[in-house]
Write a protein that binds this ligand. Structure first.
Ligand code: 4AD
Ligand code: MG
Length: 430
């Protein structure tokens, strides 16, 4: 009998098929058993009737335990009340591998315990839904840039210099020299933008953040576009078009998973352009009126971000932060040189910053001066300065942390559930 994935069963109504998977749960009543099998593509309710199966099959269904590997043969029947709209009327039930003492039971476990068993926790319903949505988000990101004629540029992981400040670098030995794990692919995208015009990279990035918050991982995935001749307003348009696309794509294609997570879809359906835009100076005013102790020059903390985002049911773009608190490469605002042409996009519902981006300095001497002011090693940045030496051009880009976006879209409060194997402060198991 053909092996069919559970997600495909609705195309096999009234046919006999084999399903291979794991026992998720089991109900029984007298001479009937209702094992629920999962195989990654869905959940299937099976009906095992003592009258209709062999002694061996009945015994196997009786003995099967949570997460035992199963091979089940039966006829697919339509059943609107069952998950996936079908059930399997079983003719043969085999336990291919009997699981004993599965560590994660349907009872509540603490998060520390679950994180320690992350490799098994992935099988649970919510984790399964989050990973499917993550995969959809990643595919949507790639499709968005591909459809808009961007070229993918894979940036290196081992780098000789910092992109986002020297305090969060993971250092490693490179044949006697120092190398660092990449904090961002941006610096490598800028020269590629001169070669290809519109480029993006997508890969893991690393930050040795000595902070234990629900929004920080040591290793996270970032998608970063960089566009030649794109200036600051155009950058904000690109960011909002991109985010709208991704959210609507998940709403359209991952309804089941959003439902499993009990996510309020109406909140996601509202994520349509245009998004509100405010300046950092305006943001400081708003926060001061709310009684917060902040002034020009302060970086915005997580609570400030939440307080700002509260006023909107869409992501808000906060722009023109003081140059003093932003990265060395950001173009100063010609009308207000104390601030930079950079922006953060803050997600609604308290999810905080999902995107950081800016127009880049394209004047060679100004960039050199900034590198010096930031005490960065000039030799390591010679190649980066070359972009401003040979046919310089205004350009802009941004980076979106995939886990931040997934957490918001899924309505999950902690980033650790939004990546298969999170790397957190002092935690690298499994
Ligand atoms: O704002 P960041 O630091 O910007 C950059 O790295 C730029 N070089 C991007 C660019 O312009 N090409 O980081 C960008 C995004 C943040 O908005 C956030 O979503 C995510 O990366 N991020 C993190 N996600 C998880 N854990 C961390 N420790 C993160 N740090 C940043
Ligand atoms: Mg940032």
């Amino acid at each position: 009998m053909d092996h069919v994935r559970i997600g495909e069963l609705s195309k096999h109504i009234d046919q006999t098929v084999t399903v291979k998977g794991w026992l998720y749960n089991k109900r029984e009543s007298g001479k009937l058993k209702f094992p629920i099998v999962r195989d990654g593509s869905g959940y299937l309710q099976c009906v095992v009737s003592k009258k209709e199966v062999s002694e061996e099959s009945w015994q196997a269904a009786t003995d099967s335990t949570q997460e035992s590997t199963l091979h089940v043969v039966g006829v697919v029947r339509e059943e609107p009340r069952a998950p996936g709209g079908v059930e399997l009327h079983v003719s043969d039930f085999k336990v291919a591998h009997l699981t004993q003492d599965y560590p994660i039971t349907p009872k509540e476990h603490g998060t520390a315990y679950l994180m320690q068993h992350r490799h098994l926790w992935l099988r649970s319903k919510n984790q399964h839904a989050i990973l499917r949505i993550r995969s959809e988000v990643e595919q949507a990101c790639r499709d968005f840039f591909y459809n808009n004629d961007f070229t993918l540029i894979d940036s290196p992981i081992l780098t000789p210099a910092a992109c986002e400040g020297t305090s969060t670098l993971f250092e490693t030995d490179y044949f006697g020299d120092k190398a660092y794990l990449s904090q961002s692919g941006q610096l490598y995208l800028e020269p590629a933008a001169a070669a290809l015009g519109k480029v993006y990279c997508f890969g893991p990035t690393f930050r040795a953040e000595k902070s234990k918050t629900r929004r920080h991982l040591m290793e996270f995935w970032m998608i970063e576009p960089e566009v030649a001749f794109l200036e600051f307003d155009g950058l904000q348009n690109l960011a909002e078009e991109f985010v709208e696309y991704i959210v609507q794509r998940v709403v359209e294609r991952r309804k089941e998973e959003l439902k499993a997570l009990e996510r309020d879809i109406t909140k996601l359906e509202r994520i349509q352009r245009p998004f509100p835009r405010i300046t950092y100076r305006e943001a400081i005013d708003v926060l001061q009126k709310k009684g917060k102790d902040v002034k020009f020059g302060d970086d915005l903390g997580a609570d400030d971000e939440t307080a700002l985002a509260e006023a909107f049911d869409k992501p808000v773009m906060v722009s023109r932060y003081p140059t003093s608190i932003k990265a060395f490469y950001m173009q100063p605002d010609p009308n207000d040189p104390e601030v930079a042409l950079g922006m953060d996009m803050l997600a609604p519902e308290g999810y905080g910053e999902i995107i950081g981006g800016s127009q880049r300095i394209h004047d060679h001497d100004l960039l050199l001066q900034r590198i010096k002011e930031h005490d960065l090693p000039i030799e390591a940045f010679q190649w980066y300065l070359d972009v401003r030496k040979y046919g310089s051009f205004p350009h802009s880009g941004f980076g979106m942390g995939i886990e931040r976006a997934v957490a918001w879209i899924c309505g999950v409060t902690h980033l650790r559930e939004c990546i298969p194997y999170p790397r957190m402060l002092y935690k690298i198991y499994p």
